[in-house]
Design a protein around this ligand. Structure first.
Ligand code: UDX
Length: 437
């Protein structure tokens, strides 16, 4: 199948490489020349495990090309829209500029019967609006909405073998010709048993926002429990283990800590609230305001705990922050709780050093005023307190006896509740977790 992919960010670059791996002929398009040059040289412009290898593997097959020229989409049968939908500046709603530009850019190059497949996360109602634009341009193309559920850090595996595939088709018509075409694009996953749901445009759009809202709610629920555990002297980690054994609840996404960040969950719940307001259904989602508020409180709580741990004042205290990205196995610092806490500590007078195995270049572009050291041992030298804020395995594996010898004071604040308190305390550390006695 000849496929075009518009947008080469975390979603599009991985999607394009995976489609080529599955045997399709893919042209990937982006307006960013630097990004395209890097991808064409089989260098992912961001860190995603396995992506560089996959790019090299498909490059030799000649099935994947990169360009800034949208005219290269001509001749493809399926066109995937994978551009970003960031939060609007100063508003909760999603900025659809890139989605609209992708559609209008494609229109002159469509042929009769082409299929446009939206993968970007959009407010419900967007597909219907875009379908009207396509119709009024008299392009004989069908629009499907096929949301993507990939997690950063697992993006390649999640794309090649997703846990479900959702198609939003005009009026939910399962016998639509476009369904069969998309089935052949995803033939591998379908043959491997991945369930496929065909529905209408608005339901498909809502599946994505509802899923992300549920995940955000789960995290904020356990973080609210952590607040209570702190007040009552209970242990949120054991609480999560115990309630998670009920398979109606499940243990996944019940890790209390500094909360969720990244390019998806925070902006998606806000855009969902904004859209519900436009639809006159804002009451249905007022709980998401609380989910957002609980999440943001985690960051303030962490700064307060750091102050307590440092004896009541942050002024001049040397604090080492372990981890800058919003989650491990990523270099993505968009709305990273770790960086936001590091910046707050610095503003309140601490002398902050940040270390991370992958994210320092992105972090220093976002917060140039912080001090960055790539070697973690060097970063921890003479620290008055360590703050573990992103749970990279290398930080979970730190030897508390060895580290105790290089810091100025053995004090550690575990923002992800991943260290063994007994082990660290036995090595002489003052250990604090979140929602743990
Ligand atoms: C998310 C969704 O999981 C994915 O399905 C969707 O397609 C895009 O958004 P991602 O942004 O890659 O994926 O991150 P995710 O793994 O969901 O983690 C989001 C944030 O929640 C991270 O900051 C993580 O540290 C935090 N988190 C996750 C917790 O604080 N506790 C948990 O138990 C789980």
């Amino acid at each position: 199948m000849r496929i075009s992919v518009v947008g080469c960010g975390y979603l599009g670059a991985v999607h394009a490489a995976c489609m080529a791996k599955l045997g399709h002929d893919v042209v990937a398009i982006d307006v960013d020349e630097q990004k395209i040059a890097a991808l064409a040289a089989a260098n992912a412009p961001f860190y995603e495990p396995g992506l560089d290898d996959l790019l090299r593997e498909v490059q030799v097959t000649g099935r994947l090309s990169f360009t800034t020229d949208v005219a290269a989409a001509r001749g493809s049968v399926v066109h995937f829209i994978c551009v970003g939908t960031p939060q609007k500046k100063g508003e909760n709603g999603a900025d659809l500029t890139y989605v609209d530009a992708a559609i209008s850019g494609l229109l002159p190059y469509l042929s009769s019967g082409d299929i446009i497949v939206g993968k970007s996360t959009v407010p419900v109602g967007t597909a219907a609006r875009l379908a009207e634009i396509i119709k009024s341009a008299e392009a004989d193309a069908h629009l499907l909405w096929n949301p993507e559920f990939l997690r950063e850090g697992h993006a390649v595996a999640d794309t090649l073998l997703p846990d479900r595939i959702v198609y939003g088709v005009l009026n939910g018509a399962e016998d639509h010709d476009a369904v069969a075409v998309l089935d052949s694009v995803y033939a591998n996953a379908l043959a491997a048993g991945t369930p496929r749901i065909v529905t209408d445009h608005p339901t498909a759009e809502l599946v994505k926002t509802a899923a992300n809202s549920f995940l955000a709610t789960k995290i904020s629920f356990i973080n609210a429990m952590a607040e209570l555990c702190d007040a009552a002297g209970a242990d949120v980690t054991q609480l999560a283990d115990a309630i998670g054994m009920d398979d109606r609840i499940g243990r996944k996404f019940l890790n209390a800590g500094i909360g969720f960040g990244g390019g998806c969950l925070p902006k998606d719940i806000r855009a969902f609230m904004a859209r519900a307001g436009e639809l006159g259904a804002d009451q249905a989602l007022t709980f998401l305001r609380e989910v957002d508020a609980i999440n943001m409180r985690r960051r303030t709580r962490m700064v307060e705990l750091a102050r307590e741990l440092c004896g009541g004042s942050l002024l001049g205290k040397r604090i080492t922050v372990l981890g800058a990205d919003f989650k491990p196995e990523s270099d993505d610092v968009r709305d990273s709780p770790a960086l936001s806490i590091a910046a707050q500590l610095q503003l309140q007078g601490a002398d902050v050093t940040v270390t991370d195995p992958k994210a320092l270049a992105n972090a220093s572009r976002r917060f140039p005023e912080l001090h960055y050291v790539s070697d973690s041992t060097e970063a921890m030298a003479s620290a008055d307190a360590l703050l573990l804020l992103t749970e990279w395995q290398m930080y979970q594996d730190l030897d508390p006896y060895h580290i105790a010898e290089i810091v100025a004071s053995p004090r550690v604040l575990d923002g992800r509740n991943v260290l063994d308190p007994a082990k660290w305390r036995a090595a002489g550390w003052v250990y604090r977790g979140l929602g743990r006695p």
